[in-house]
Design a protein around this ligand. Structure first.
Ligand SMILES: Nc1ncnc2c1ncn2[C@@H]1O[C@H](COP(=O)(O)OP(=O)(O)OP(=O)(O)O)[C@@H](O)[C@H]1O
Length: 282
């Protein structure tokens, strides 16, 4: 039987639940084929192959410097690959820009929070929503009726998205004034506002306390279930990864050393030596 993470523990879910089986084989949302990038003489990522299902929560783990963030940068075209192909929903993303990739359906958060600190919480979300807006500059400058109806829709949508994390009451606050955990949640909301089919989260639990992390786990699953999207996350918090990721990929020195379920990964000797073993020593 499937299990899901709820109120701090794994619980069985009934068979009619929308929590999917791993759906990799049903036209994956993402496929990386022989992906690689060199920085001068350094092969930061090499022969990276990965397939992610449409509603899968996937984990990318590995020791510091293994190449995890570089893979996110490749997926979002911050870097163009030296080798290999990335297919998003079956479409080759070669030569696309970061903005084009976002419109194609990949949104991300960053290891170091990147909010507009002086803008309100609501306006930070609207920045993501405006990726979807199509009214002309003239409509905006002249404040034509169409503009106001779009602005009302944007406000309503921003509040709806903020409600995922129970943050509607913070809408008017400056983003920079929020506590750290709330800023991380706002980054996720802003990424969701761009309407992605694949959400990339770079260390979403970094700096969170255990109760915030437990709540985050529930919310990541809730986001996947509500929006029916795929989530790929980089995370050093093994409890989070092992509890909510259906598929886990382990990198070391830019190479995949293991792929599988939490159970398979935890008992893989190469992983224990390269990653979990090192954690135990620490
Ligand atoms: N723009 C760049 N120029 C040169 N080297 C880079 C660049 N970006 C990343 N690297 C190198 O590539 C390797 C992988 O770095 P990356 O940041 O992807 O690792 P990571 O697995 O995300 O690490 P961490 O868990 O510490 O965030 C490192 O050796 C890093 O120094």
């Amino acid at each position: 039987m499937n299990k899901k993470f709820e109120k701090g523990k794994m619980v069985p879910v009934p068979s009619h639940s929308i929590i999917p089986e791993r759906d990799i084989d049903k036209s994956p949302i993402l496929e990386c084929r022989h992906l690689g990038i060199d920085f001068g003489g350094l092969r930061a990522v090499n022969d990276f192959n990965l397939t992610i299902g449409r509603t899968e929560i996937a984990g990318l783990i590995g020791p510091n410097g293994a190449g995890k963030t570089t893979i996110f940068n490749l997926l979002t075209k911050v870097y163009q690959p030296t080798r290999g192909t990335i297919l998003l929903d079956g479409l080759d993303t070669s030569g696309k820009t970061t903005a084009q990739i976002n419109r194609m359906g990949i949104a991300r958060t960053f290891q170091n929070i990147r909010l507009f600190n002086n803008l309100s919480v609501e306006d930070n979300v609207k920045v993501g929503l405006h990726n979807q807006e199509h009214y002309s500059a003239l409509t905006g400058v002249l404040r034509l009726p169409w503009y106001w109806s779009r602005e009302k829709a944007a406000h309503d949508r921003a509040m709806e998205l903020l409600s995922i994390f129970g943050m509607e009451h913070l809408a008017d606050h400056a983003a920079g004034s929020l506590p750290y955990g709330a800023q991380r949640r706002l980054e996720i909301v802003r990424a969701l506002a761009t309407n992605p089919s694949l959400l990339l989260l770079d260390e979403p639990a970094a700096g969170m306390n255990p109760s915030e992390t437990a709540e985050l786990m529930e919310n990541i699953v809730k986001i996947r279930d509500t929006f029916q999207i795929a989530v790929m996350l980089i995370e050093h918090d093994m409890k989070l990864v092992m509890n909510i990721c259906e598929g886990i990929c382990v990198l070391n020195f830019g190479q995949v050393i293991a792929k599988g379920t939490a159970e398979e990964i935890q008992s893989n000797p190469a992983v224990i030596e390269a990653y979990l073993g090192k954690q135990k020593e620490a």
